[in-house]
Each structure stands twice: as structure tokens, then as C-alpha cells.
Design a protein around this ligand. Structure first.
Ligand code: PLP
Ligand code: SF4
Length: 338
């Protein structure tokens, strides 16, 4: 199963502009290559990989790619090439142990004090390296069950101070749906912080519209939004405007990136990413080592090389622009830090 559902506006309302842009995403790899003047690359597309996890990329994100460049770091994140068909030992279907942690409610509670809520399985973009490409979130999302079982699970645990909306991409839900959840969360006295993990402000910044800003600005808790950008070229004027609007509502902005071969595996690329984030008012949080997920081996940067990159960044960046190098390992009390 893969994140393929699209948000359905209620029948009485016109779709929001962002929802129209969402639906208009490029979904045909051949069309994507044509838009970029890269028709010759079509021979390297993978039919099975596309069937397993379809291409999806908003047109505004395509516009940030360089025409005629088969190595464009944004293109590489979304294009289903035949590299994905290689079976590599150690690259499995559930690399982070989520299947073992799921409770049937859309809530994953692995770390003390904070629980991750799989709000929805949908994403505006399909990232080829993502572990969720193999995870059956369509059956496991909290929104699908009307939030009720997720809220029950949270209510039962008075130690859960931080609720993390994740997915899929939680901002693929309508603002009304999000408001339904946060309305219910207000009745849980133990909740003192809300965190949202989302790639939407980066890949479809139009999502941060007036209705959304009104909702997020009125929440009763401090809010942290953890964005996901992997390369400085993802951060354009539209993204900076969305970030500025969020900051004006008091939202704390962080970024997590994944260290990816051919995307951001150089000190220059990572320095530029940190600088671009800072310009947008975002601080780097994690730089994740790749989850060893089937079909993603060609993205892996070995640990020794990652450590060398970290040392290079340390020498070039102020401490507050240095992301924590981390990996998700099953059974650990938190992310493994390097
Ligand atoms: C990554 C993760 C978190 C958040 O970890 P932080 O170190 O607080 O960012 C929480 N729950 C789960 C299941 C996670 O995978
Ligand atoms: S990285 Fe995020 S946005 Fe991309 S496919 Fe995975 S969950 Fe969706």
C-alpha cells in the first residue's frame, strides 16, 4: 500500500486552491521527463517501482528543477529509476520497526513523553527513499477512524506531553479535519506541545493559506513544525513566504533532511542547505542516515563518509546551523546520534 489518497473536500465547498494544485501534480514519469527535456531517460524508468509507489510531484516543485539535467537533486528524489529494482541484502520492507510498534490506532509510541500520530497516509510528493513506501498506512491512519481510537490511546497515557502529527503528510488533511483533532486534543490535560512533521510547506507552500494560518495561530500549545527539505534548491521565494507566515504566528520551525547519495552528499550542498534554511527562518534539526528500505540502496551514503561530512560541516558552520546526524534504529529509546 502507498500514500495515494487525495484529500476530499466536503461536497458543499469548493476545493481550496492548494487542493486543486495537489490534484494537478505530475503523476506520469514520461510527462515529467518531457517537461524537463529529458525524454531519453525514459529508458531507465522502472515499471515495477512505479507500480509499487507511483510518481507524484507538484508542478511548483518541478519548476525548481533544472531543465536538461538528469542529475538534478530534486528530480533524483522523485524519479522512479531502475536502480530501485535491485534487491540488496539488508534493505528490507520495515526498516524502522514500525510494524512492531503500531497499536492499531494510528498512534506509535516509541519514545518517552511523545507519541507519533499517523494522521494520514497521503503525501503531496512521493519521495523514492521514503520508508513509508512499503508501509500499509492506509489501514492505520488516525483520521480514517475519525480520530477516536487515536484519542483513546493518547488519553490512556498521562505521560504523553507531546503529540507529533506525522504520516504520510498530516497537512494533506483539510484544515477542518486538523481542527477536529486539535479540538479534541484540548481535552487532554497532559498535552503541552504539538509538533507537526510535514514536507508540504516545502513542496506545496500554497498549503499555508489564510485558513491554515488562522488555525495554527489559535492553538493553545506551543507549536513546532519540522519541515523536510534535503537541498537548498527546494527553498524558493514561495517557501520562504510560507515560513515567514508561520513564524509570524509564533510557530517554531525546524528541518529534517535525509543524507542522500546524488542529492546532498557533499559538504557544499549541506552547508548551502543550512544557510538556505536559516534565510527562511528555519533551524536544521536532524540529518538522517538513510533507513535501509528495499529499493533505496542507491541513495545510501556509508556511515564513515557521513561522519567525514559532519566533520566538514562542523568546521564551516556555526553550531546552531549544524544538524544532528541521526539514525532510526528499532528498539532504541531515541534516535541514535552520531
Ligand atoms: C523520530 C520519532 C519521534 C521523534 O523523535 P525526536 O527525537 O523527539 O524528534 C517520535 N516517535 C517516533 C516513533 C519516532 O520515530
Ligand atoms: S518523505 Fe515524507 S513526504 Fe516524502 S513520501 Fe515520505 S512521508 Fe511522504
Amino acid at each position: 500500500m502507498q500514500p495515494v489518497m487525495i484529500p476530499v473536500p466536503s461536497p458543499t465547498r469548493q476545493p481550496e486552491r492548494w487542493q486543486t494544485l495537489w490534484r494537478d501534480a505530475v503523476r506520469d514519469p514520461v510527462e515529467l521527463l518531457r517537461l524537463l527535456g529529458l525524454d531519453a531517460l525514459a529508458a531507465r524508468l522502472s515499471v515495477p517501482a512505479t507500480a509499487q509507489f507511483p510518481l507524484r510531484v507538484p508542478r511548483g516543485f518541478v519548476a525548481r528543477m533544472r531543465r536538461g539535467d538528469p542529475h538534478d537533486p530534486l528530480l533524483r528524489q522523485v524519479l522512479p529509476l531502475d536502480d530501485e529494482d535491485r534487491l540488496v541484502p539488508g534493505f528490507t520492507l520495515d526498516a524502522v520497526g514500525d510494524a512492531a510498534a503500531k497499536g492499531g490506532t494510528g498512534v506509535i509510541h516509541k519514545y518517552e513523553g511523545r507519541a507519533l500520530l499517523i494522521a494520514t497516509g497521503s503525501c503531496a510528493i512521493h519521495c523514492r527513499y521514503c520508508f513509508r513506501r512499503h508501509f500499509p498506512y492506509a489501514e492505520e491512519t488516525a483520521a480514517a477512524a475519525g480520530w477516536a481510537s487515536a484519542l483513546d490511546a493518547l488519553r490512556r497515557d498521562p505521560t504523553l506531553h507531546e503529540v507529533i502529527l506525522s504520516g504520510g503528510d498530516p497537512l494533506s488533511l483539510s484544515t477542518a479535519k486538523l481542527a477536529e483533532l486539535t479540538g479534541a486534543l484540548r481535552s487532554l490535560p497532559q498535552v503541552t506541545r504539538l509538533r507537526i512533521h510535514t514536507r508540504l510547506p516545502v513542496v506545496l507552500p500554497e498549503r499555508i493559506d489564510g485558513e491554515f494560518l488562522d488555525w495554527i495561530g489559535a492553538l493553545p500549545w506551543p507549536v513546532v513544525v519540522v519541515l523536510h527539505a534535503n537541498h537548498a534548491k527546494e527553498i524558493d521565494a514561495g517557501v520562504r513566504a510560507a515560513c515567514a507566515a508561520l513564524r509570524a504566528r509564533g510557530v517554531h520551525l525546524l528541518n529534517q533532511a535525509v543524507l542522500l547519495r546524488g542529492v546532498n552528499d557533499s559538504a557544499d550542498a549541506l552547508v548551502e542547505l543550512s544557510e538556505a534554511l536559516f534565510t527562511a527562518g528555519v533551524l536544521p534539526y536532524y540529518l538522517h542516515l538513510l533507513d535501509r528500505v528495499q529499493g533505496t540502496a542507491h541513495f545510501e551514503v556509508p556511515e564513515a563518509e557521513a561522519l567525514a561530512l559532519r566533520a566538514a560541516l562542523h568546521a564551516r558552520l556555526p553550531g546552531f546551523l549544524l544538524p544532528r546526524l541521526a539514525r532510526e534504529q528499532p528498539g532504541q529509546p531515541g534516535k541514535t546520534l552520531y
